[in-house]
Design a protein around this ligand. Structure first.
Ligand code: ATP
Ligand code: RIB
Length: 305
């Protein structure tokens, strides 16, 4: 039986333009392309875990519109169990994304139906959480729901992962004890810890602070520099694979989904990090969120240049 990963989080339709650079305030740029792509941090992590070997259930909400149908269809096409994806009377979540020629992005999200994922909905699908080996949450659904899901995951004895994205402020202090793996990027690690994170040594200091705040283990993702693992006794830096980046959208999601799938399948933490990083490196070589996420055979076939 493949290991079971449950993702509790957002589904967004990504409206993606490519432009030579990101616009400044008040400026209009001529874009080079436009695409409508299935995304949302929760859904992307679910797709990553599924393509990378796990059996996945998604808990979330879509709107009663064409985007909602498409977002659900994209997950079903990956054999993801969507019985806990509810359709609500609202617009589906959307993300307005600009990607520039340096593969950097700027994103504005509108939660829409994702705002209807309440703690009561989580309780309604408690059986889904009970069946999980690993539970993953992010921050594109209401905070009360994330806190509730983390704590329920802990109560059930599951491996609980929080990808605190997007984050611009500290997390509620009482969440930390429920988190086995906290996986922020550099800016999120800085927002959570209140410390600057712009180098390996500052990432170590921030990771130590986050563990002191109560997180079990911390993995700070560092873009093309890879990631930093900390467990309170030691730090380990995992360099990223060298690739030509085209679009980094969903690199973090691919890492989180791949790490979770590998951990659930019984790999060691170090091997799960290496596996997630190869998957994430492959994702940055392709455009879009879900279309960029590699399969298990893509990762197995990857040869470092
Ligand atoms: P995003 O918000 O763009 O999805 P993120 O900011 O959450 O990403 P990053 O730290 O940028 O997350 O990237 C996550 C992981 O993806 C990194 O730890 C690394 O393994 C891989 N990665 C990202 N960018 C690159 C790159 N240019 N080359 C190789 N690997 C990369
Ligand atoms: O992490 C990438 C995702 O962030 C995009 O798919 C977009 O929907 C935003 O939520």
């Amino acid at each position: 039986m493949p290991a079971k990963v449950v993702v509790i989080g957002s589904l967004n339709m990504d409206l993606v333009t490519r432009a030579p650079r990101l616009p400044r305030g008040g400026e209009t740029l001529i874009g080079q392309s436009f695409a409508t792509v299935s995304g949302g941090k929760g859904a992307n992590q679910a797709v990553a875990a599924a393509r990378l070997g796990a059996q996945v259930s998604m808990v979330g909400c879509v709107g009663s519109d064409a985007y909602g149908e498409a977002l659900r269809g994209a997950l079903l096409a990956e054999q993801i169990d969507c019985r806990a994806v509810s359709t609500v009377e609202d617009s589906s979540g959307v993300a307005l994304i600009v990607v520039d020629d340096n593969s950097q992005n700027a994103i504005v999200i509108v939660a829409g139906a994702n705002g209807a994922l309440t703690p009561e909905v989580i309780d309604r699908f408690d059986a889904v959480l009970q069946a999980a080996d690993v539970i993953i949450c992010q921050l594109e659904v209401p905070d009360a729901t994330v806190g509730h899901a983390l704590k329920r995951g802990r109560e059930l004895g599951k491996t609980v992962i929080l990808n605190p994205a997007p984050a611009s402020r500290p997390l509620p202090a009482d969440w930390y004890a429920a988190i086995d793996y906290l996986i922020p990027n550099e800016s999120e690690a800085s927002a959570l810890s209140g410390l600057p994170v712009d180098s390996l040594s500052s990432a170590e200091t921030a990771a130590a602070r986050l563990i002191a705040m109560g997180a079990g283990k911390v993995i700070i993702t560092l873009g093309s520099q890879g990631s930093l693992f900390a467990d309170g006794t030691r730090f380990e830096h995992f360099p990223a694979a060298k690739v030509k980046a085209v679009d980094t959208t969903a690199a973090g999601d691919t890492f989180v989904g791949g790490f979770a799938a590998a951990l659930a399948a019984g790999k060691s933490e170090a091997d799960a990090i290496r596996f997630g990083q190869v998957a994430a490196a492959l994702s940055v070589t392709r455009a879009g969120a879900q279309p960029s996420i590699p399969t298990l055979s893509d990762v197995q076939a990857f040869k470092a240049p």
